[in-house]
Design a protein around this ligand. Structure first.
Ligand SMILES: Nc1ncnc2c1ncn2[C@@H]1O[C@H](COP(=O)(O)OP(=O)(O)OP(=O)(O)O)[C@@H](O)[C@H]1O
Ligand SMILES: [Mg+2]
Length: 503
């Protein structure tokens, strides 16, 4: 039996089929400049073949997680697992024949390479009994098999390049069919590209990529010039699973959509200038606080659950007069409870809804049922605690100013800003990327760097590097500056132990 999946229509209007069994034996390379439609093409291929064959997708941007809803792929958040964990996950996915999406979004290049390599290694290493056919799709393959050494460590590059070479050169016997896509053929390691016998070539502008494509396809360079004129979603197909002659085809529609779809041009709204003047220049609301950013949908679920778990506050409990001492004592107990929640391993990386639920339960056990802070208050406390700020600091005058400045940032960034502000105020070394990421509740160093850039763009801080590559952050206007700190260091700023509320 041969299984032909339909990729779309040829320019002559005939169905363009791809022979799945042949594809398993002969692999596929997709190339085309940004926006040419490679990811769309991969999605079409994955959707059409999902009923027939197990799949694994190495997804650097988190584009493909939406396949899970429709086709039941297991989404693995690479950020949440170690290399060893991912290797084992790869093995198990094969043993149990589960289709997976490895989401590498948010990791820096080094970790994307290491973790993809570990997962691919797991797929590769299973016992002969489990060598069932499987499509292994790698989008942005030049990230994992770069032609030249980049900024990542040699070790990461070796691991990743090794895994990609294994996939493309030795995978077939093990049932693994590599399907790789790249924006720039010239940036992809030659030995990896050379192992594919099927090609789908999309719109290409640069001569150097065109020349590489012509070489790979055994075409005259002049012929390859045609790649310039391809439309978005249009590809030239060649290879045993596709067509024996270069065949131009339009990729068909997909059932699912990418999660990160590109912003589209929309007609501008029609409204009278005077109306808009009234709306946009209306007096600001009295409160300095900004509207809350909407949390992601799954977070909403958790928050709802957390709310349901929160005890009803009895009205009479609120109206009871409380002395200042009692209030202070209560605040201390609430703080202590928060510290206990944050002392749990991994607490720094759990969703706020989950943390809040646990916090509420502990408060009830402590007999604080009526004094449990609400979710907004909890969020504020958590922000402070993660940034390593004790309750004492909230009362400091200069600090009020810092809080005010922080309020222009989204809630979840405020803690990071305050952690840095604290270091600047005390003249401690600037926290490293890892500490910044942790205060943000993330493992991603790249995210930490993006956070700093964002704050700099907002005019809150100025970042500089000294001669030794150490970072100094100065707070705008206040002119407090941190001491130089190693961005790659993992230490929190030196702070008095008793005020450390973070785990
Ligand atoms: N055949 C098609 N039919 C309809 N829309 C398409 C088609 N191909 C691509 N598109 C749309 O064009 C846009 C760009 O496509 P896509 O994201 O697949 O490009 P890409 O080559 O992967 O780009 P990049 O290299 O930047 O990731 C997307 O919004 C996608 O939905
Ligand atoms: Mg893409």
């Amino acid at each position: 039996m041969t299984v032909a999946i339909e990729m779309g229509l040829t320019t002559a209007g005939a169905a363009a089929a791809m022979d799945l069994e042949e594809l398993l034996a002969t692999r596929l390379l997709v190339q085309g400049n940004s926006g040419s439609g490679k990811s769309h093409l991969l999605r079409r291929l994955l959707e059409q073949s999902a009923p027939w064959v197990q799949q694994a997708i190495i997804d650097p941007e988190g584009d493909f997680v939406t396949l899970a809803e429709r086709f039941g792929h297991l989404v693995i958040e690479a950020e949440d697992h170690t290399e060893r964990g991912l290797q084992v996950a790869g093995e198990r996915a094969r043993l149990h024949r589960v289709s997976t999406v490895l989401n590498l979004e948010g990791l820096d290049a080094e970790n994307q390479m290491r973790r993809a390599a570990a997962f691919l290694g797991g797929l590769f290493d299973v016992d002969r009994d489990h060598w069932y056919p499987m499509l292994v799709v790698v989008d942005e393959a030049q990230l994992f098999a770069p032609a030249v050494a980049g900024e990542v460590s040699d070790e990461a590059r070796k691991l990743s390049l090794g895994a990609m070479t294994n996939l493309m050169c030795r995978g077939r016997k093990r049932g693994l069919a590599g399907i790789i896509a790249t924006q720039r053929l010239a940036k992809l390691a030659k030995n990896v590209a050379a192992e594919a016998s099927n090609f789908l070539m999309g719109r290409t502008f640069l001569d150097i990529d065109m020349a590489r494509a012509a070489d790979l396809l055994g075409m005259e360079r002049r012929q390859a010039e045609a790649f310039r004129d391809l439309e978005r979603g249009q590809f030239m197909a060649l290879g045993p699973a596709l067509s024996r002659r270069p065949l131009r085809l339009n990729i068909g529609a997909t059932d699912t959509q990418p999660r990160n779809s590109t912003p589209r041009l929309m007609p501008m709204p029609e409204a009278a200038l005077e109306d808009m003047r009234a709306v946009i220049l209306a007096a600001p609301p009295p409160d300095a606080s900004r509207p809350q950013r909407r949390p992601a949908p799954d977070l909403l679920e958790q928050l709802r659950a957390a709310k349901a778990a929160a005890p009803e506050i009895r009205p009479e409990a609120i109206e009871l007069p409380v002395s200042a001492e009692e209030l202070a004592e209560r605040r201390e107990r609430v703080d202590r409870t928060l510290r206990a929640v944050l002392a749990e391993p991994d607490a720094g990386f759990r969703a706020i809804g989950v943390l809040y639920q646990e916090f509420v339960v502990r408060c009830r056990i402590e007999g604080l049922g009526a004094a449990v802070p609400d979710l907004n208050e909890f969020r504020r406390m958590l922000t402070h605690a993660r940034a390593g700020l004790g309750a004492d600091i909230a009362d400091d005058d200069a600090w009020q100013d810092v809080s005010l400045r922080a309020s222009i940032l989204p809630d979840d960034m405020q803690g990071v800003f305050m952690m840095i502000a604290r270091a600047a105020k005390e003249g401690w070394p600037c926290p490293g990327d890892a500490a910044i990421a942790r205060a943000y509740g993330s493992h991603s160093l790249r995210r930490a760097q993006r956070l700093l850039s964002y704050m700099e763009e907002q005019g809150l801080i100025v970042c500089q590097l000294d001669g030794g590559g150490r970072r100094i952050v100065t707070l705008v206007e206040l002119a407090w500056a941190t001491a130089p700190g190693d961005p790659n260091g993992d230490d929190l700023p030196a702070e008095p132990a008793q005020s450390a509320a973070s785990a």
